[in-house]
Design a protein around this ligand. Structure first.
Ligand code: ATP
Ligand code: MG
Ligand code: FE
Length: 338
């Protein structure tokens, strides 16, 4: 069965074709970063319009790479939420219209479930059950995953998501948009510990996170004096140490509490090298292991949506909505997934 995946929840347009027998046949992503850069953040209306422009060319490219035609598509999965309403609607109406034209089922998919299952696309996939650390631009959550569709939320950020904290802190340091990767790069040239930042909620005794105070602490340090380039790098390094230390500690606690030795990491911040290093070390200490998606599948993409839709179809799920009667859900907690 060949499932087409469509992702358009924010500022990446992703299209992919996944075959339940042969794996990923093709995938392509167009990122709108350059377009939104001048505004310092995503402009929803521009995002929606750009998704419209990109979808058909991306579909053509993926089909060509896969050596397939539209007639080979057996089902279409698309991100129905959470995300920007207008952006989601573009992908949803494109997917539903194409599904209608091809007379194949269209399946709405939860964006975070896509991220969460993306490590299963790797050759070396983790076995169920596992603990998942979802660290993206909008979410920081620890979950217990027993099978596809069974997600128990163990803890999450009470304020900013880890990626959001990276982005906002990067902006404070004048690193532009999107700041996460730029901040991580700057951190590599700095030395942690020269500035002292808090480790928020490290000893809170639960699996909750809080990152907004860290951003304020960086602001305070940056306002105290004019920072040299090397001081900026030191501050970035300390910030990265603080975030990754808390993420690693709580992930290990979650694994211990649930007696699980597999940790899965998904979402854009999962691309962070220091985070990977810390998680690998911390999990090795308790005889566990960390599973990551391929680097290119950490941030938003169509492959994870196609894969997620395929898993649900394999489980016997059939789309319930009548043709043409679809909706998107800009806000959609993962634990409300049926
Ligand atoms: P959500 O999935 O919660 O709706 P999103 O789709 O915007 O949010 P992703 O695409 O999964 O999030 O990830 C983007 C985030 O990852 C951004 O905040 C970005 O700064 C961050 N990020 C990407 N690479 C790195 C890195 N190397 N270090 C730290 N953060 C990173
Ligand atoms: Mg994005
Ligand atoms: Fe995402």
């Amino acid at each position: 069965m060949k499932v087409l995946g469509i992702e358009s929840s924010c500022d990446e347009t992703g299209v992919a074709l996944y075959d339940t027998g042969r794996g990923l046949l093709g995938h392509a992503v167009h990122t709108q970063v350059a377009m939104h850069e001048a505004y310092g953040g995503v402009v929803p209306e521009l995002a929606s319009r750009d998704h419209i422009r990109r979808l058909i060319p991306l579909l053509e490219r993926v089909l060509a790479d896969a050596g397939c035609t539209r007639r080979d598509i057996d089902a279409i999965a698309y991100t129905a939420g959470p995300g920007l309403a207008g952006a989601l609607l573009v992908g949803a109406s494109f997917a539903e219209a194409l599904a209608m034209a091809l007379d194949v089922p269209a399946l709405p998919v939860h964006h975070l479930e896509g991220h969460l299952l993306s490590p299963l696309l790797a050759d070396d996939a983790p076995p169920f059950p596992f603990i998942a650390l979802l660290v993206s631009g909008g979410h920081t959550q620890l979950m217990r995953v027993t099978r596809v569709g069974a997600y128990e939320l163990l803890g999450e950020s009470l304020d900013d998501a880890a990626g959001e904290a990276f982005d906002k802190t990067a902006k404070l340091l004048g690193l532009g948009y999107p700041g996460g990767p730029a901040l991580a790069k700057l951190a590599e040239r700095g030395t942690a510990g020269r500035f002292k930042l808090p480790r928020p909620m490290l000893n809170s005794g639960d699996l909750s996170f809080s990152f907004s105070g860290l951003k304020t602490a960086v602001l305070t340090a940056a306002r105290a004096k004019e920072l040299t380039e090397s001081e900026k790098a030191d501050l970035a390094a300390e910030f990265q140490e603080a975030v990754t230390e808390v993420l690693a500690a709580k992930s290990v606690t979650a694994c211990r509490q649930h007696r699980l030795s597999s940790l899965v990491v998904a979402g854009g911040v999962g691309a962070n090298r220091r985070l990977r290093q810390r998680l690998d070390e911390a999990m090795a200490k308790i005889g566990g292991r960390v599973f990551y998606p391929a680097l290119e599948l950490c941030t938003d993409n169509g492959a994870m949506i196609a894969f997620c839709g395929a898993q649900r179809l394999l489980q016997g799920e059939v789309p319930v909505a009548a043709r043409g009667a679809f909706a998107v859900r800009p806000r959609w907690p993962l634990d409300q997934l049926s």
